[in-house]
Design a protein around this ligand. Structure first.
Ligand code: SF4
Ligand code: SF4
Length: 200
């Protein structure tokens, strides 16, 4: 009875959710957010994730494109053609947040994101349209093909030059050998002549 009476006159601790909401403390793990403009596509977050719920696809920017720098000053060299996080798989371990060199993947204090359809838990952070993705992929493939051809051509030229040098060296060696042989023959015939002279 005493306990009941004491609680009766204490202020209530019940929160009238959803009219009232508790503020999450700093560092609370709730929902992941990626500031894609600051992402350099290094894949470190995806590699750190123990449940593989981060799916990143990057395409190297071609030489004629400057993607600029992140707000932290890191140069951007890749198009992010896909950056998906499946929040249905995420276990809020925070391991993906710490390795990020540009601090662009963070936990935000948002916990009200329930869905009826599980596929809605896959968050898409890439800001490229499908047309843009196709275009950058085509350009990257063309450039990779051109660079491959240039490299092959350079290798072919190098191999040709090497072969030419080897042939020249062989020719020089053969000429030196022939010269030595003819000098030896000359010496022999001179020796024979002097021997004949002695006998006479
Ligand atoms: S919080 Fe953990 S489980 Fe969730 S995406 Fe990051 S590393 Fe993966
Ligand atoms: S670690 Fe950061 S910069 Fe690297 S891919 Fe992930 S979000 Fe982008």
């Amino acid at each position: 009875m005493g306990i009941t009476m004491r609680h009766l006159f204490q202020p209530s601790v019940t929160l009238q959710y959803p009219d009232e909401r508790e503020e999450l403390p700093p560092g609370a793990r709730a929902q992941l957010y990626v500031n894609i403009d600051d992402c350099i596509g290094c894949n470190l977050c995806a590699r750190a994730c123990p449940v593989n719920c981060i799916d990143i696809e990057t395409v190297k920017a071609t030489d004629d494109v400057d993607l600029g720098k992140t707000s932290t000053g890191n140069p951007k060299r890749f198009w992010l053609t896909r950056f998906n996080i499946d929040m249905a798989k995420c276990m809020y371990c925070d391991l993906c947040v710490h390795p990020c060199p540009t601090e662009c993947i963070t936990m935000v204090p948002e916990y009200e994101y329930s869905e009826f359809d599980r596929t809605n838990f896959v968050y898409h952070f890439s800001n490229l349209s499908p047309e843009m993705v196709a275009e950058v992929k085509d350009k990257a493939e063309e450039e990779a093909e051109r660079k491959k051809r240039e490299k092959e051509e350079m290798m072919r030229k190098k191999a040709e030059e090497k072969k030419k040098k080897e042939l020249e060296e062989k020719k020089r060696a053969a000429e030196e050998e022939a010269k030595k042989e003819s000098e030896t023959k000359d010496d022999d015939s001179e020796n024979r002549n002097s021997e004949n002279d002695d006998k006479e």
